[in-house]
Design a protein around this ligand. Structure first.
Ligand SMILES: CC(C)(COP(=O)(O)OP(=O)(O)OC[C@H]1O[C@@H](n2cnc3c(N)ncnc32)[C@H](O)[C@@H]1OP(=O)(O)O)[C@@H](O)C(=O)NCCC(=O)NCCS
Length: 246
């Protein structure tokens, strides 16, 4: 990571306003779909996380997470993580996630979840291969069709990333251990043309989304989880394996 990028908690209204400013820049949504400053205030107040990434005094990224409870256990739902386009690919996103993990573990929280678009294979690679998250839940059209150009007017289908912060898998991956060759009996693949179709073929993109949706739902119903992504000259895809709880 670039040395001048620092991560810290956001606590002041001024910080939250900077988050809002970045949100508009990164997601470009209509006003009604923007998380307002009050949401950042609430998240920070009720045991969620508002974390900022700073280049000197300039905020260049943030994470907003809300506390959740499931089966009597606390967890965090990480609703947004964004880095300004000018500062991507320099490790700031990773630094935010690592800080987020430490902060959560420091409070006894062992699970962070977030959702992501299954067609964003680079993001999936980050989530599964680099952070060690797994996915076994598919949420079709979670937010409805939004105004964000990042969402391309498609149904907002999302995979749920589960990041079990102190699991042996996550600890091994974060410590840089080369993962064992994945014993994955199943795959969900996309042709290399997917990235082009995102720009110029909305019909084909919608077909790919619908196909992937039915494949994910069918594997997840059989107890499989997506545990890695793989890229080949022919395209990219997810590897799946049977999964039991931590
Ligand atoms: C996704 C995002 C936060 C990554 O931040 P970043 O600072 O560029 O990421 P890093 O430099 O720390 O890279 C870590 C990994 O993220 C992945 N990554 C990098 N740029 C990415 C991008 N534009 N989109 C998706 N994933 C990306 C890479 O796989 C990288 O791993 P690698 O080094 O093995 O290739 C950033 O691209 C972003 O803000 N995107 C727009 C908003 C968004 O989609 N957020 C996620 C859903 S809420």
């Amino acid at each position: 990571m670039s040395e001048e990028i620092r991560i810290r908690r956001c606590e002041s209204l001024e910080d939250f306003r900077l988050c809002l400013h970045l949100q508009r820049e990164i997601w470009g949504e209509d006003d009604l779909e923007v998380e307002p400053v009050t949401m950042f205030v609430v998240a920070a107040h009720i045991g969620g996380q508002v974390l900022g990434a700073f280049d000197g005094s300039q905020m260049i990224g943030y994470t907003l997470a809300l506390p959740g409870i499931r089966n009597g256990q606390p967890y965090l739902h990480s609703h947004m993580t964004g880095i300004a386009a000018s500062h991507r690919d320099r490790g700031a996103g990773r630094a935010l996630k690592l800080f987020q993990r430490e902060e959560a573990l420091g409070r006894g929280i062992r699970l962070i979840e977030w959702t992501f678009d299954p067609l964003e294979l680079r993001n999936a690679h980050f989530n599964l291969n680099r952070l060690g998250a797994i996915c076994r839940t598919y949420l079709p059209n979670l937010y409805g069709v939004t105004t964000s150009p990042l969402h391309r007017n498609l149904p907002t289908d999302r995979l749920v990333a589960e990041w079990h912060l102190d699991s042996p898998r996550v600890i091994a991956i974060l410590s840089g251990a080369v993962p064992e060759p994945v014993d994955a009996p199943a795959a969900i693949s996309f042709p290399a043309a997917l990235e082009e179709w995102k720009k110029n073929n909305p019909e084909e993109l919608a077909r790919q989304q619908a196909r992937a949706r039915s494949e994910f739902e069918s594997w997840f119903a059989r107890g499989y989880a997506a545990i890695a992504t793989r890229t080949t000259p022919a395209g990219a895809g997810y590897l799946l394996a049977p999964w039991s709880d931590f």
